[in-house]
Design a protein around this ligand. Sequence first.
Ligand SMILES: Cc1cc2nc3c(=O)[nH]c(=O)nc-3n(C[C@H](O)[C@H](O)[C@H](O)COP(=O)(O)OP(=O)(O)OC[C@H]3O[C@@H](n4cnc5c(N)ncnc54)[C@H](O)[C@@H]3O)c2cc1C
Length: 465
Amino acid sequence: MFNEIILPKKWDAESDLVIIGAGTAGLCAAIEARKAGAKVMVLEQTPTPNGSLSVCAGNINFAGSPFQKAQGIEDSPDNYYEDGLEGCKGDPVMWRKFVDNHLDTYEMIVGLGYEPLEVWILPGHKIARAHYFVGGGPQLLKLLEKGATENGADIKFKHRAVHLYVDTPNKRVVGVKAESGGKTFNFKANKAVIISSGGFGNNPKMVSEFRGEEYARRCLPTMKGHTGEGIKMAMSIGVATSHIGTAAMPSIPMDAVTKIPDAITLHHTLCGSIFVNMQGKRYVNECLQIFPYLGEASFAQEGEFVFTIYDSVIREMIHLIDWKIFKEYQDDTIEGLAMQLGIEPDNLVEGIKEYNDDIEKNGYDTKFGKKLLLGPHKVPPVKVEKPPFYGIKLMECFTSYKGGLKTNPESQAIDYNGNIVPGLYVAGECQGGLFSEGSYLCGTMICYSMTFGRIAGINAAAEKP
Ligand SMILES: Cc1cc2nc3c(=O)[nH]c(=O)nc-3n(C[C@H](O)[C@H](O)[C@H](O)COP(=O)(O)OP(=O)(O)OC[C@H]3O[C@@H](n4cnc5c(N)ncnc54)[C@H](O)[C@@H]3O)c2cc1C
């Protein structure tokens, strides 16, 4: 490990576990650790739970769930493992651990009262396994907080962790320094510390350093509180990283006018809208793997914006979204819509005619090979022809960062020499492992964060004080 760290003379409070971040992973860790009988303190920098779940519609992959079975969908953890490795190209051992444990996560959240609503097929998956739940991410966050509190976790809001304490002779992480209301507190962790503080997407300096200046400049971060502090704290004591930055890629573009975090246009796209650039030209198969193709293809277009365009029939097909968070432009003609959006009108009219003729003649889009829509509709693409026509102005965004700190499958932090860092666990978006360079399977992050949060909580609770 790096710097020698001076331990405080006096601790302000102690607990078996100190968890940094009351989000997706941290709250799941807290629930499991409490069930295992450990005393749990959670430090959260914001006044209420406020991580990524609070802004996310939340499609969550579960493979082989009772909900899929009830709908006659045959699926299994092994299927997800295959799609996951193909789609994310991460560490097979981490993927195995994840899929083998993810259905327990399903049971846990359904046990907390989370109700499945629909199951969709998303790009990159061979089977419909993206579960949508009543109330989406915000409702899940509420239930996780309730679960953690009712099980007896002590959540300390407005407490920002700033530093890890290491007992240098024993090379063990033994506590956390935190700041609250202008004061400093030292919290002792008798068994372990869990870092579950999210990624670094809201820290332009880290994005620039790990992913590149262009991404930091052009992609709007939509994830809350992801300042990378937990990652920096761990790196400063010698924890290694796994594909940090290189695994991150832009998500499906988001509304550039409202800039509301969850105003990403996944559902428009899966249900038949088309993407065009400022020159009015289509540039991609809209139902291709979102990460990296759709995100990177949008990022590569000339001009400030890209656009999603659809007609009144497609609008009816777009499902499970909150229209209020989008600024839709509308017109009875495609030229009129193009003028409102600032797109080259002749090209847009010509391009849409070409798209419609192609579908009429061949039954699908032969230009980019879009054969089927996804989401709730497994039908061939439909023409963009029935007024009124609609469009949304889009910009690139990040919804999560994929690489992070290195752990083993038990969620134990690993140092630069490949050794376990005693007393330190990592879970959630700050944890690498499932992802490598430039690829991701949509709908994995929430399940991954919850599942490794649970694993970290169970293992940390079993440590000897
Ligand atoms: C708009 C949007 C849409 C998304 N859609 C999906 C989707 O449909 N499906 C999917 O699988 N994934 C989706 N994601 C990604 C997914 O939500 C996240 O990757 C996942 O929830 C991250 O969990 P986490 O526990 O790592 O972080 P979070 O749940 O964000 O929790 C981290 C917490 O740590 C706190 N924290 C940070 N630093 C400190 C500190 N120093 N001290 C104390 N507390 C700290 C933060 O305030 C935060 O509360 C989406 C993300 C966004 C932003």
